[in-house]
Ligand binder design. Structure first.
Ligand code: SIN
Length: 561
């Protein structure tokens, strides 16, 4: 029998989005915050580059918005972008008042800084120096430290660490809370007026990723299973420069190129000059594609990042984390060519939400990477992700606190609603309970096939092969394991794996349907951007909901598949 608790708000996820929302709620609001690992172990912690905010004397929220829209390749929601960039300065002040400390300019130095001395970094596709950073390249770690410390001191926030959310509870079409397992595997339910998903992205679906191991798309799967619409899943951002050394993948921040690093191929050529007049500071999708093109042309599995022309002492000081990672693989950040390749990094799509974080399912809210507010469009501008979690986390809390609006469905233009009824299939998978080795092997196979067929470059043939392979993998698991009557006995790792299967299937469906190349979605069989699809989104919704409920509107554009 599951134990039962009641709160005003339950939040799943302990990164910048979930913690900002929790801390912004008034102390009179009773909040439960669940993390599947220890609090502090989230994608936020690994963010290196920083937090964008237009605070420079030559900058403005309008210029920040322009750069965000340009990177987003015609798919950003302009209203959401205006909110993001316009509310960034006050959100950052809130974070600093809470205790986050950003790097400051040395007195008398000529470094790029705000009037009050905050150092500003530069990253790709930003027309201004506007990226706040901390500890050089440990920005996410400092933000997470400040937020975790504040949350631990707030009596109105009850923390449930190492608690795995199995499913959302839905009654009469309203999300009323969740069912979770505690660290000993005991089930418990939490009922709340508002259930908030803030549990990050899906990078773990791919073999090579900059994300920590926990990025297994749980939030997307939970929302889907509960009946909420998802959108823009074909847009997975591949970070251009992930260190490939010793079989591991480690992020090398875009800020390194912002400081002047070059990309070189095996012939030693600074090839980005051939691809964009912005060279290494072109938008992330352009740089990632160029690196892959050079890898394919030379038949190699990496290219190089080159800092050898930059002042060595300054590079080690500016990037202490990256310098230490390189050292761990016998590489000197400043004097060696660093082997890099693109890797899965950030999911631009997610649970479809409006600007207050409402999903299409009443009672359910989403914020941060798991949500799709539309600010990133087809390609996220560097260092806008921490900012999105912060700004929309605060907005969500303000909306909940003020009892704003009554769960209005998000309005978003859509070119098609792809309806799926897969509940039965995943319920069957959860009735089996494979051993640890089988689970690990199934995950490896899934991540390998996503890497092979649903990567930076895709085509119809490969996407169909991925779908067939996934079906075969699932069928094999079902046929070789005995099902029980009870789907609630599976361990969290198997739940995570089934979530990964589920979301992989949806990503493949979305990627198959978008027959153009735009932003991070590069279809080699549809190699150009189709201007008739500008501003249009694919919405995926479980069959359990009617089209009207999703808030999506069909415009009659025919699909290629
Ligand atoms: C980076 O520092 O390059 C990663 C930060 C981001 O993804 O925006």
């Amino acid at each position: 029998m599951a134990s039962h608790q009641a709160y005003d708000v339950v939040i799943v996820g302990g990164g910048i989005a979930g913690l900002s929302a929790a801390l912004r709620l008034p102390a009179t609001v009773r909040v439960a915050l669940l993390t599947k690992g220890q609090l502090g172990e989230s994608n936020t912690r690994y963010a290196q580059g920083g937090l964008t905010v237009a605070l420079g004397e030559d900058d403005s929220p309008q210029l920040h918005a322009q750069d965000t829209l340009a990177a987003g390749a015609g798919l950003c929601d302009e209203t959401a972008v205006g909110i993001l960039t316009g509310q960034a300065p006050s959100a950052v002040r809130w974070l600093m008042a809470l205790g986050a400390r950003f790097d400051r300019a040395r007195p008398g130095s000529n470094e790029h800084a705000t009037r009050d001395g905050l150092l500003l970094g530069r990253e790709a596709a930003h027309s201004r120096w506007r990226v706040l950073h901390a500890g050089g390249d440990a920005t996410g770690a400092e933000i997470e430290r400040a937020l975790v410390a504040a949350a631990r001191q707030r009596p109105s926030i009850t923390l449930y660490e190492e608690s795995y959310v199995q499913r959302l509870l839905v009654e009469h079409g309203v999300c009323i809370g969740l069912l979770a397992l505690d660290r000993s595997g005991r089930p418990f339910t939490i009922e709340a007026h508002a259930t908030v998903l803030a549990n990050g992205g899906a990078g773990g679906l791919w073999l090579h990723t900059s994300n920590p191991a926990g990025a297994t798309a749980d939030g997307l799967a939970l929302a889907w299973q509960a009946g909420a619409a998802l959108t823009d899943l074909e847009f997975m951002q591949f970070h251009p420069t992930v260190l490939v050394a010793g079989g591991a993948s480690h992020l090398i921040s875009e800020a390194v190129r912002g400081e002047g690093a070059y990309l070189r191929n095996h012939a030693g050529e600074r090839f980005m000059l051939r691809y964009s007049e912005l060279a290494e500071l072109a938008p992330r999708d352009v740089v990632a594609r160029a690196i892959l093109s050079e890898m394919l042309a030379e038949g190699v599995d990496h290219q190089y990042l080159d800092l050898r022309h930059l002042p060595a002492a300054r590079m080690h000081e500016r990037f202490p984390t990256i310098s230490a990672i390189c050292r761990g693989y016998g590489l000197n950040l400043a004097s060696d060519l660093l082997p890099i390749a693109p890797a899965a990094h950030y999911c631009m799509g997610g649970v479809m939400v409006n600007a207050q974080g409402h999903t299409s399912l009443p009672g359910l809210y989403a914020v941060g990477e798991v949500a799709c507010t539309g600010v990133h469009g087809a390609n996220r501008l560097a260092s806008n992700s921490l900012l999105e979690g912060l700004v929309f986390g605060l907005r969500l809390a303000d909306g909940l606190a003020g009892q704003l609006a009554g769960d209005a469905p998000p309005a978003r233009r859509a070119i098609a609603v792809l309806v799926y009824d897969d509940l039965q299939r995943y319920t069957s998978l959860l009735r089996i309970s494979p051993d640890r080795e089988t689970i690990a092997a199934a995950r490896r196979e899934l991540r390998q096939l996503m890497w092979q067929y649903v990567s930076l470059r895709r085509d119809e043939e490969g996407l169909l092969a991925a779908r067939a392979h996934l079906n075969t993998l699932e069928a094999r698991l079902l046929s070789t394991h005995t099902a029980t009557q009870d789907a609630s006995i599976a361990p969290p790792t198997w739940y995570e794996t089934v979530n990964m299967f589920k979301v992989a299937e949806l990503v493949i469906a979305a990627a198959l349907h978008r027959c153009e190349s735009r932003g991070s979605h590069w279809r080699s069989d549809h190699d150009v951007l189709d201007s008739t699809l500008t501003g249009s989104h694919y919405v995926l919704q479980p069959v359990r909901m009617s089209k009207m409920e999703s808030g999506a509107e069909l415009s009659g554009v025919s699909l290629c598949k």
